[in-house]
Design a protein around this ligand. Sequence first.
Ligand code: FAD
Length: 415
Amino acid sequence: MQNWAGNLEYSSAEVHRPTSVEELQDLVANASRIKALGSRHSFNTVADTDGIHILLDSLPQEIVVDVARSTVKVSGGISYGALGRALEEQGYAIHNLASLPHISVAGAIQTGTHGSGVNNPSLAAAVVGVELVRASGELVTLSADDDAFLASVVGVGALGIVTGLELAIRPSYEVRQRVLTGLSWERALADFQGIASSAYSVSFFTDYTGDTIPQVWLKALDTEGALPDLFGATAATSAMHPLPDMSAENCTEQLDVAGKWLDRLPHFRHEFTPSNGEELQSEFLLPLDQAPAALQAVRGLSEKLAPLLFISEIRTVAADEFWLSPFYQQQSVALHFTWKPLQTEVEAVLPELEEALRPFGARPHWGKLFTPGQYDFAALYPRFEDFRALVQANDPSGKFRNGLLDSVLGVAVTS
Ligand SMILES: Cc1cc2nc3c(=O)[nH]c(=O)nc-3n(C[C@H](O)[C@H](O)[C@H](O)COP(=O)(O)OP(=O)(O)OC[C@H]3O[C@@H](n4cnc5c(N)ncnc54)[C@H](O)[C@@H]3O)c2cc1C
């Protein structure tokens, strides 16, 4: 089995598709190494194991709205695309979506996946309950009242196999999307927060060369009224793809045409399945107020980065409270890099980029390419030692561990 990008061949010895939670509990209890695999959209080895890989698609799949609680109960393996359609049919929505609807709900939440918007926290922020199978095989349901909740929601796969989640929902809403072209870097750096706050969700697309940011995508709630001023940029008059040479036919509708949240918040249409293996990704999250200085630092590397880049997307994410969330107590700017599929060259340039972002306290996206040795995770995450202690207590033999987790958390101490 490979990941979506095709840059990784998983090393699992066995793959199981349990048909009941009880079967999953038995598998976990008796395994020495085991991990859940979601929709395989991570670019690094975070989901890898040399033991058993669990696929959740044969478990009962449910999406059940609880009107009284304004929540939906969703099975872990379901994709955001399927969840979005089911919610919309019943007149509901969630607060935000990532750029792609095909990713699994559990896998996305475990790694802190996010969309954009200064007031929009990551997808994990919608979680009000999580049901998971611990390393012992015990099935537990955690809510905000439980100590382990804030550690387990964005658990990077280290604290259990998630079989179900309860997510906060809201009434369905409409969004209009407009693309601005040619925003000057001068204006963007002078008023980054103002521009990033000018619509519900804002994304800047650049390769850091030149004096202008080629595209800014503004996604405004239909209730927000007129879209903001253009900040000296130009409103596109035809639909655009973030990559200048690509057709916009697979992109969600733009030009201020209002549409349902699930058809506007992702950049790409749900019915379009992006081709596999043609890109790599990295992403670094740092305090929003550091954005201008950090962006200038990255611009200073543009000659090295641009030849390897398809595009970089700059987004914002509101703070949350999950211990290992890259947005833990930090309103953030997210610097995302979509690389050409040149892994050796990308891995060669990453440490220099990570070094440039280190002074700003950059935290790497758990599901994308980064260099673990570049980070002092205990300094970056105030609850890191608490997380490590919880992992040690719940999984003393390290059955959910792999090489990447060991390099982040330290090797499991087998008791
Ligand atoms: C084209 C593309 C676009 C993307 N866009 C965005 C974006 O807009 N924003 C963003 O933040 N990220 C984005 N990502 C990254 C992606 O959201 C993360 O890599 C996410 O983890 C993918 O979810 P998955 O189900 O594929 O997880 P996998 O890669 O399958 O697994 C990731 C981790 O989650 C764990 N996991 C999976 N399922 C479970 C479970 N049931 N219980 C416990 N642990 C589990 C795995 O063990 C592993 O540790 C994108 C990736 C791609 C390929």
